[in-house]
Design a protein around this ligand. Sequence first.
Ligand code: BTN
Length: 260
Amino acid sequence: MTMNYGFMREEQGWIGQDITVLDTVGSTSELLRKRLTEENVPSGAAVLALEQTRGRGRSGRNWLSSKGQGLYASILLYPPRIQHGGVLSLLAAVALSDAVREVTGLAVGLKWPNDGVLHQRKYAGILVEAGIAPLLWAIVGMGINVYGRIDESQYPHAITLEEAGAENVRLESLWQSLAHHLEVRYERWLLEGNPSVIEAWRNYALTLGKSVVVQGPSETITGMAENIDEQGRLLVRQGSLVIPVSSGEVSVRASDGSYA
Ligand code: BTN
């Protein structure tokens, strides 16, 4: 374990009060999940790493997590309602955007459902995994590309905060801000339900108003990304038909090739 006190919360708060900071790990989400099967883990417990050797992305993809490149964090939540799994991932994306905007001053955007985007390229990804035992739980895993340059020939849609113009970002500050905003957004959601999350997400949205191609496991839908509904589903218009798309196993691309 890395004794890095900069990652301890500077203010009162429950996210990250229980924190494990590692130089390297297979996957922060995997480790937190394992802990959950072995012991009682408090809400807000977090695992952070400076490198992952088996970083997991959405739809079974890998998440590149090289040392010195970014922040890899997983946070445990016990949400009271299971039907809002999709909203939780939008909530995490909003908190991520709040934090990155606060720390870097960059005009961040979101590609539905939860990719952090700058200059039409992805700087962060979120993977929310959930289960029901021992309690209803959700592990929010976030990967943020912070330093260096990403090989564009290999990853044409990826970018780091540094490439996007952020200077001297400290991972500790990024984490402090992320923990704070996630806590604020989550507590508000517990009290008020989905509307505040949906509204905040729309304010960061890059996908809405674009013509999109939605690739599901068995079918492809093309249409206009009109809005998101109260459950965070993307509403895609095809003529007079509006098709609600859940975030599950779909990938969304703008028809004009832009990453939004
Ligand atoms: C995506 O594919 O966009 C989601 C990427 C999520 C990566 C993060 S890094 C921290 C956490 N641990 C993992 O193994 N994955 C998530």
